[in-house]
Design a protein around this ligand. Structure first.
Ligand code: ZN
Ligand code: ZN
Length: 446
């Protein structure tokens, strides 16, 4: 767990009548001093009290306030003279409410000569079978400390949208009636884009090609230009892949161990297999990456496939519910794909994807090809020889479990640790950073 600093400030204090009164008075003074004409809504409908009247009333109120009697009357009425009505002002509490966790930042130093971007490239919204408006996905990503996301609503499965009205067993409406002009597969991207620009989150245009058979299962098409053109070909996945690639798209095999026989996935407990169809898809150039982590699942065998075929590794949330409901407010984070990019731009991200410079990070585990996991480790963790032992410094938010000379060392995010070790310890095993199916990274002690 990454410790979260919780700020408990003076919200409770502010609830004290004396403090509220002080705030009302200071706001009222500021308002009175501000230049320009002043109007106030009179409790009697459709009547304004003009400036002169307001000044008089405010003066009466302020005169009454210091004694602390203004709100103490039998029915909350001011006691400062019979003709003074009970006036008050809006108290803005929002800026004082600070007892919420701060944004969850993720610290990863530059590695291997690249900037390491944090992303989630498999996300659903109300525009397929998710429960969240697209804009909110961008805000969640920003608050999670991510640099980039892709909203990848299903093409073939959009139960919340269009068609005749649908109801569940209890009679509750389960879909949104779309107008013709909104029946647009790019819509979730278009809705989210302005928010992404505002927050400097890279938003990748994408979709999930969702075939109800395995193979091929589900594929994300990322960096495409127009999802409608892919959706138009949905009767034939080969044509969909072809169109996505023609648009410059990157194709990602999602959740290869997807256990859901009734929906087309494999049986629970069945081995995860790179089928002949997948081999054919790969050879045609329609598979560039693969999810080693999806949601809370890990598929160890993907390690071998990635290395043999040079596929980019992904760790994605495939989130349908609000992020905090899936992962909690104070948990470390959702699965994150770490991308070794030249800079934080859409084009750099795309270049890094096709160059297969990615590492997956989920549930405190790192998995990727050794050529990227090793430089990442070297950038994140410093190992120093000290008298009688070793000292470790973690400069990242990634937890590290080390085995040094038979001892296990937990090196927390952004923390230091030491281990007793004699001169015979020549290597350290990083138990939660994998570079093969069940193969941890081994680093030399120099
Ligand atoms: Zn899927
Ligand atoms: Zn999905």
């Amino acid at each position: 767990m990454i410790p979260q600093k919780i700020y408990m400030t003076d919200v409770a204090q502010l609830r004290r009548p004396a403090d509220l009164q002080a705030q009302v008075r200071s706001e009222a003074h500021a308002w009175l001093r501000a230049p320009g004409p002043k109007q106030v809504w009179n409790p009697a409908p459709h009547q304004y009290i003009k400036q002169a009247g307001v000044l008089m009333l405010a003066a009466a109120f302020l005169a009454a306030a210091p004694g602390g009697r203004a709100h103490d009357g039998p029915h909350g009425r001011a006691q400062a003279g019979a003709e003074a009505p009970d006036i008050s002002y809006t108290v803005h509490l929002a800026k004082e409410i600070t007892n919420v966790p701060p944004p969850r930042q993720i610290t990863i130093p530059d590695a291997g000569g690249f900037r390491v971007l944090k992303g989630d490239f498999h996300i659903h919204t109300l525009f397929s079978d998710g429960w969240v408006w697209p804009t909110e996905r961008v805000i969640e990503a920003d608050e999670n400390g991510l640099d980039a996301i892709a909203i990848t609503d299903h093409i073939e499965y959009r139960p919340r949208l269009g068609g005749p009205e649908r109801r569940d067993k209890k009679g509750k409406i389960t879909n949104i009636q779309l107008r013709d002009e909104n029946d647009n597969y790019n819509f979730s991207y278009e809705l989210a884009k302005p928010e992404a620009d505002k927050r400097k989150i890279i938003l990748v245009r994408g979709t999930e090609i969702t075939k109800k058979t395995m193979p091929p299962g589900h594929f994300n098409a990322l960096f495409v230009q127009d999802v409608n053109k892919i959706a138009a070909l949905q009767d034939d996945y080969w044509k969909m892949f072809e169109e996505a690639v023609a648009q410059g798209g990157f194709l990602l095999w999602n959740h290869p161990g997807w256990e859901a026989p009734k929906s087309g996935g494999i049986e629970k407990g069945a081995p995860t297999v790179f089928t002949k169809t997948h081999e054919e898809i790969y050879k045609k150039g329609y598979m560039h990456g693969i999810e080693a982590f999806n949601s809370k699942n890990f598929y160890p065998v993907v390690a071998a496939w990635c290395t043999e075929r040079d596929l980019a590794v992904f760790a994605d949330s495939d989130i349908h519910l609000p992020e905090s409901r899936n992962y909690g407010l104070r948990n470390p984070r959702r699965p994150v794909t770490l991308v070794f990019a030249r800079e934080k731009t859409l084009e750099s991200l795309r270049e890094a994807f096709f160059a297969k410079r990615t590492v997956g990070w989920a549930v405190d585990m790192i998995f990727g090809q050794e050529k990227w996991v090793r430089p990442l480790f070297n950038a994140c963790v410093e190992i120093k020889k000290e008298a009688g032992g070793l000292a470790f410094v973690n400069r990242s938010s990634i937890p590290v479990t080390l085995k040094a000379g038979g001892r296990t060392v937990e090196l927390a995010p952004l923390a230091t640790a030491t281990a007793e070790a004699d001169g015979r310890v020549k290597t350290i095993t990083v138990e939660n950073w994998l570079v093969g199916k069940y193969k941890p990274l081994v680093v030399p002690v120099e």
